[in-house]
Design a protein around this ligand. Structure first.
Ligand SMILES: C[S@@+](CC[C@H](N)C(=O)[O-])C[C@H]1O[C@@H](n2cnc3c(N)ncnc32)[C@H](O)[C@@H]1O
Length: 329
């Protein structure tokens, strides 16, 4: 996949005054600060405009790809659902808003909550490059989501609430309250995305259990709201390939023309979605005469084999990738 042109142009224009080498150096400093931090949850790390720009140039294409991929999976399950309003918690430079605008063209209003002033300033400038009025008119609020009781703030409920790559920055003791607050603010759906690592998945799994206990129905990736069958040592995650622009390659000092962003996620709804057989949780293995799938479904994790003999099934199966839903074949 590619970044939409207006976002790509926005990132290029906003970073054009800073040599990519300097952005890359700032990225390294930021990663060091995060790596050596156990307590602050990254508070105050992204201080300057250069910090915010370096984050956006280095990470925004990949987190955009993850959010876009997740939203598309959700749309496949709740085919009739169309959110009008989106609340993004820990919005950074507004990544989720851009992805949501691509998938849900009917979105009319955005509220973005973010702690760091420099991110908000950059996010507003990027939004200025969009062709879409709701993106220009997005409401940005400078809020520390942990220090503030958001239920006491004047934030109305939204159809879709998202928190992307944020949970890991919230102190473990406050995380559950944070997730519950977000769920309360969602009239339709809450989506949480984390890095596709064992630690990221552990946070997703905890949030999953918590919201199911609050009455949530899992829309994706799980095709059921019963116990998660992933065993210890393994982690449920998916991958989205994104093409790298010239800027992206320079900042990443990477030669490859693409990168694969790995992510874990959970989308919890207040509505029942389409019933499906399962979700493909690994790359399908194409063998001679058959394709082998590992599928998560109501019975747990199962192998499903589709042979070439069954022409119609095989035709459908050939188009399935890791992360897709599998209908009843
Ligand atoms: C890794 S960035 C992700 C940004 C964006 N959601 C994305 O997917 O690209 C995490 C963002 O969460 C914000 N954040 C972390 N803790 C926060 C808190 N307690 N309150 C508000 N924002 C917070 C950070 O400032 C940062 O912009």
């Amino acid at each position: 996949m590619l970044l939409p042109d207006d976002l790509k142009n926005a990132l290029e224009s906003e970073t054009s005054g800073t040599p990519p080498k300097e952005l890359a150096k700032t990225v390294l400093e930021l990663s060091d600060r995060y790596r050596n931090d156990n307590l602050s949850g990254g508070r105050g790390f992204i201080k300057t405009q250069q910090d915010a720009k370096a984050y956006a140039a280095f990470r925004m294409p990949a987190t955009y790809a993850a959010a876009y991929s997740v939203l598309k999976q959700v749309r496949e399950i709740l085919t009739e659902w169309q959110p009008n309003t989106l609340l993004d918690a820990g919005a950074g430079p507004g990544t989720v808003m851009w992805a949501a605008a691509e998938v849900y063209k009917g979105l009319k209003s955005y509220t973005l909550l973010e702690r760091e002033k420099s991110m908000i300033q950059l996010g507003k400038r990027l939004a200025g490059y969009s062709d879409l009025k709701p993106i220009h008119e997005a409401k940005w609020l400078e809020i520390d989501l942990v220090d503030t009781d958001i239920s006491e703030l004047d934030i109305s409920k939204h159809d879709l609430v998202m928190a992307s790559y944020v949970l890991g920055e919230i102190n473990e003791k406050q995380r559950n309250d944070f997730v519950k607050k977000l769920w309360e603010l969602a009239t339709g759906m809450l989506i949480i995305i984390e890095p596709g690592t064992p630690a990221g998945f552990a946070r997703i799994r905890e949030a999953r259990e918590l919201i199911i206990a609050e009455g949530g129905i899992i829309a994706a990736p799980c095709p059921h709201s019963t116990n998660c069958p992933i065993t210890s040592g393994d982690w449920c995650h998916f991958s989205q390939r994104i093409s790298r622009s010239k800027l992206h390659r320079q900042v990443k000092k990477g030669e490859l023309s693409y990168e694969d962003e790995k992510f874990s996620y959970i989308a919890v709804s207040r509505l029942e979605g389409k019933q499906v057989f399962g979700r493909v949780i690994r790359h399908p293995q194409v063998r001679k005469g058959f394709i082998e799938f590992e599928v998560c479904n109501r019975n747990g994790i199962e192998k499903k084999i589709v042979t070439r003999k069954n022409k119609e099934q095989y035709r459908l199966a050939k188009n399935l990738s890791w992360g897709d839903i599998m209908q009843y074949l």
